[in-house]
Design a protein around this ligand. Structure first.
Ligand code: G
Ligand code: G
Ligand code: MN
Ligand code: NA
Length: 254
């Protein structure tokens, strides 16, 4: 497969780059964080979105070196933002199940934090239910180490997996991210509306922040505001942006 061979070399060829999608706190209206999202600038095919190569990276295990590159690049950028005198911006990084299962995962994260000098309090790791649920005990152990370091932990794509509430309660999470598949029809589909409002209520009960992803319309925003959803992310506010455009947005926001 051509694409797989190309992907194998993408890191070494410096073909990966990160864009950052703003996350807005609804109460204050402020930008509170950004989610790092990888893109692949392919030599022949141009810019490839993660939807088109992350699944391949997951199948082949290439997500391990790619994920390490992403975390390093995000922490280096986060450190630059910190040093530029910008208000503190939390940087969220997607972590795949494969990465969590690497025996050196904790050392890798700590090494990158030390190396980059990025404040762990400003780092958020987005994990999925599948990364946690097949070995809850081990996940609890690892995530507790991160929590002790001050790193935030968000459950990504929440609602699409099979977390049990008792397992969820054992994890030191700070945030649930409602998957955008539920937000898409939240104003027209009663099931999606019910699930979304339940997750918001669950977050409140468990003392967790809740972020709705994929917010594209004023109607969706209106629904989320009525349900007291804390944070939103989506095209209505901003698409994922290159790092320099994030600084500009922050300057305007504060
Ligand atoms: O941009 P797009 O909607 O095509 O993204 C598709 C998927 O790729 C999303 O589910 C997103 O979580 C995932 N993704 C984007 N960047 C990263 C990354 O750095 N690591 C991992 N594991 N997934 C990512
Ligand atoms: O699964 P994850 O949350 O990591 O995926 C984030 C992906 O969703 C990014 O690739 C981003 O480009 C995409 N995305 C962000 N906001 C929106 C939105 O409002 N609508 C849609 N359709 N996709 C979005
Ligand atoms: Mn995510
Ligand atoms: Na998601």
């Amino acid at each position: 497969l051509f694409l797989e061979n190309d992907l194998r070399q993408a890191v070494d060829r410096h073909e990966l780059l990160l864009h950052y999608q703003p996350q807005i706190d609804l109460e204050s209206g402020r930008l509170v964080g950004v989610e790092a999202l990888v893109r692949w600038q392919h030599g022949q095919r141009g810019m490839i979105s993660p939807g088109a190569f992350i699944p391949l990276a997951e199948e082949t295990g290439l997500i391990v070196p790619i994920g390490e590159w992403v975390l390093r690049a995000a922490c280096i950028q986060g450190r630059k933002w910190q040093q530029s005198g910008m208000p503190p911006v939390r940087v969220a990084v997607n972590i795949s199940t494969w990465q969590v299962r690497q025996p050196d995962f904790v050392d890798m994260v700590e090494g990158i934090l030390d190396e980059s000098g990025f404040d762990p309090q400003l780092l958020e790791l987005e994990i999925t239910e599948s990364a946690v649920m097949d070995n809850v005990q081990e996940a609890v152990r690892i995530l507790n180490i991160f929590q002790q370091r001050g790193i935030s932990l968000a459950m990504d794509d929440f609602g699409t997996g099979y977390s049990s509430l008792s397992s969820l309660q054992r994890l030191p999470l700070s945030k649930l991210k409602i998957d955008r598949s539920f937000i898409r029809e939240v104003t027209s589909n009663a099931n999606d509306a019910a699930l979304t409002s339940s997750v918001i209520a669950l977050g409140r009960t468990m003392g967790l922040g809740v972020v709705a992803e994929g917010v594209e319309t004023e109607e969706q925003l209106d629904f989320l505001q009525r349900m007291n959803c804390a944070q939103v992310q989506g095209f209505l506010f901003s698409k994922p942006l290159p790092a320099n455009e994030v600084s500009t947005l922050f300057e305007r926001s504060f």
